[in-house]
Design a protein around this ligand. Structure first.
Ligand code: IVH
Length: 706
């Protein structure tokens, strides 16, 4: 990027960030997620680093944030109420430690400071000033020097003591306050100033209750717990705050004009002292002897944050020995002696570089976004799904747009929205392909034009996808014929369609890369083992558009009924199926018009006949669906864990062949849960519902009717 482009981008970023900050800090409106805003700020920060001559005083990177609302009285802070620096990785934390050790170069090598790890509550920071032990003022952070006087609102929070409790001498002793310090402390309590800082929050439970109530009353809902807390505390009418049942957790204690570290030496002791003074504190805060322990603490709470009654967005790591605090001091907007170690953000902003169209097994073209790589949810993401054309239209997406993406938990990242204010005018519309990106064949639009499909049945990509699907687990389930091998065999011109699979000979395979004698033999055996295949699986494996496992079953049942023989040859199947009209298909249970049409088209295609004769030539035999009459009729089964003697697919076939049903999830009405090795959570559920649990041996006996 040259300086001209950088200046333009910078201006737009500043405007965008400024807009969202204003909405948030002044009106408590969350117009963008904090994570996405951070992402924008990060980009700005990096650009400014690269072009320092472009930094201006009004840049969001140059201030602490939050202006005092005009409607509240302004209240200066006796001690600046500064901000925190953020770390996002273990490396960031290591650098922080190293920087500090350098800064403290007078200390012996290997000096290990010891940390105190606290949960980082997500609410509104507040400072409470006690004069002679009485609450006189409650103030927001504001810009760090001057905040808003919200005393009346804070007084409505029950967990804020209006007067401080007087700790016992023994209690003080237990946290290392002895001798002269005891008297100094009591003097402040009786006749001096004590300031307690902490976070006002709304619990998840109160949030849910209030929103249920607001919904009934037709009032506007709270966006999240932080807005619930911040919004009410910044209303002029304290009744609103009272209604919201907020909590206050203390995280800092300032004793008159004493430096931090005087009187109370450690952060751990200060944390306990606030409790002796009558405050709530987070009981999960812990000492950590080294960064290694800090990392473990952070990881643990990233995983467990859902179990807490309130939201946290990271941990705050502080030097436990508070006598170090004045030595380390403050740099820029925040102290050196603490660091916010954030959880991985679930949203981030990045740029859309390209849209590619992937061709699926049914020939459908699905768009995927190629992104400028960005870290989100703890991993670097360079690609995200876009579902279909509708989604692209809904988002109003253009090439080169700055977008917000989200990756929550382990789900595939998705595009949430477009920041259209950041456009430069150079963005290009996303072109809908007229031709298949793989074979160049024509593309047809279906379903209100949102689904694109390659019309070329011989499209390499289509063929490949079809083959991969045919051999896959849920379908023909041919062991050793995975994606890579299929692709290899197609590239070597050994297969064009699924019929060719059954014509493969060992000689064809030998000599290919990665195919030694043993492997070739195994694959050919695995293929031969599937020459006799249940009809329902075969139909599903064909990859007919819109035909999933369920509808394949329905089709197989119908064909079996009409042919009334136990074994069906592929051409018999073809002739019977081709003789049926759309109405015949549509008359089957759960076959809608779209599915019926798709079946009709497939079975009336000449290529289908060619394919079926190939299957027949190679000796494929299909087993009909038995009219439900086996001894397992009416019984339902769920499988969990892996069985040693047969695959899951085989087990399901055997159940069905005996008239039984298989299901995916455990319910009260289930008859059997079959448990293999390393069963999943289904076992617990089955026990809970009192469902009969059987192991593989018992299952086999049951199949054999014993
Ligand atoms: S100490 C120097 N400890 O996080 C400012 N802050 O991102 C004192 N926060 O404004 C911060 N939990 O409102 C500290 N255990 C904790 C915290 C905490 C939440 C908030 C605080 C601060 C913000 C900075």
């Amino acid at each position: 990027m040259d300086i001209k482009e950088a200046r333009m981008r910078l201006e737009k970023l500043k405007k965008e960030i400024g807009f969202h900050r204003h909405q948030y800090h002044v009106f408590d409106r969350e117009t963008i997620s904090p994570a996405a805003l951070d992402s924008l700020k990060n980009e700005l920060f990096k650009l400014e680093n690269e072009f320092p001559e472009l930094i201006t005083a009004d840049s969001p990177t140059q201030r602490i944030g939050g202006e005092a609302l005009a409607k509240f009285k302004k209240a200066p802070h006796a001690h600046p109420m500064i901000s925190l620096y953020d770390a996002f990785s273990e490396d960031d934390m290591r650098e922080w430690e190293k920087r500090n050790l350098n800064y403290l170069s007078g200390f012996p090598a290997g000096y290990n400071p010891g940390y105190y790890c606290e949960l980082k509550l997500d609410g509104l920071a507040g400072s409470l000033v006690y004069e002679s032990g009485q609450l006189v003022r409650g103030v927001t952070r504001g810009d760090g020097r001057v905040g808003e006087d919200i005393t009346l609102n804070l007084r409505t929070i029950e967990s804020i003591p209006l007067s401080l409790r007087r700790p016992e001498k023994e209690e003080l002793k237990s946290i290392g306050i002895v001798g002269q310090d005891v008297n100094a402390f009591y003097r402040l309590l009786d006749d001096g100033l004590i300031e307690v800082r902490g976070e006002s929050i709304m619990s998840k439970q109160v949030f849910a209750e209030l929103n249920r109530k607001y919904e009934k009353e037709g009032r506007q809902l709270l966006a999240n717990t932080r807005n619930g807390a911040a919004g009410s505390l910044r209303q002029l009418d304290p009744k609103i705050a009272a209604e919201r049942k907020l909590d206050f957790y203390a995280y800092d204690l300032i004793l008159g004009d004493y430096e931090r570290g005087e009187i109370v030496h450690s952060r751990e002791a200060a944390d306990k002292l606030v409790e002796f003074l009558g405050f709530r504190r987070v009981k999960d805060n812990r000492r950590a002897a080294s960064l290694k322990e800090v990392f473990a603490f952070q990881k643990k709470w990233e995983g467990k944050k859902g179990t807490l009654p309130f939201f946290i967005d990271g941990v705050v790591v502080k030097y436990n020995d508070m006598r170090m605090w004045p030595l380390l001091g403050i740099v820029g907007k925040a102290p050196r002696y603490m660091m916010a170690y954030k959880f991985s953000a679930e949203q981030a902003t990045t740029k859309l570089l390209e849209v590619i169209w992937q061709v699926g097994r049914t020939g459908a073209l699905t768009p995927a976004a190629i992104l400028e790589p960005v870290k989100v949810g703890g991993v670097t993401v360079g690609r995200s799904t876009l579902h279909n054309l509708d989604e692209i239209r809904r988002l109003g997406l253009m090439l080169s747009d700055t977008i917000i993406i989200e990756r929550a938990g382990d789900v595939i990242p998705k595009v949430i929205s477009v920041l259209s204010n950041l456009r430069t005018g150079e963005e290009q519309p996303i072109v809908v392909p007229k031709h298949c990106p793989r074979c160049g064949g024509d593309v047809r639009r279906e379903g209100d034009d949102v689904i694109l499909r390659c019309t070329n049945k011989n499209c390499y990509a289509v063929a490949l996808r079809r083959l991969i699907h045919f051999a896959s687990r849920g379908a023909a389930d041919i062991e050793g014929l995975g994606e890579r091998i299929v692709e290899q065999l197609v590239t070597e011109n050994l297969m064009e369609d699924a019929g060719d699979i059954f014509g493969l000979r060992k000689e064809d395979l030998l000599g290919l890369e990665r195919f030694a004698e043993k492997k070739a033999e195994k694959l050919v055996e695995a293929i031969a083992a599937k020459k006799v295949m249940p009809l329902s699986r075969f139909i599903y494996a064909l990859g007919i558009s819109h035909i999933g496992e369920e509808s394949a079953n329905t089709v197989a049942e119908e064909i079996s009924r009409r042919l009334s023989s136990k074994e069906i040859l592929p051409l018999e199947l073809y002739r019977k199926a081709a003789s049926l009209g759309i109405e015949d298909w549509a008359s089957l249970g759960d076959v809608g018009p779209v599915v019926a049409e798709s079946l009709h088209t497939f079975w009336n295609d000449e290529d289908t006949e060619t394919l079926m004769s190939k299957f027949e030539r190679h000796g494929v035999i299909l087993t009909a669906v038995q009219a439900a009459s086996g001894h397992l009729e009416g019984k339902s089964f769920v499988l969990t864990g892996s069985l040693s003697g047969l695959t899951r697919g085989e087990a399901k076939d055997k159940i069905k062949a005996r008239g039984g049903k298989t299901k995916e999830s455990v319910s009260r009405t289930l008859d059997y849960l079959v448990v293999g090795e390393e069963p999943g959570s289904k076992l617990e559920e089955a026990k809970k519902f009192g469902v009969k649990v059987i192991d593989e041996q018992e299952f086999i006996k049951l199949l054999e009717g014993k």
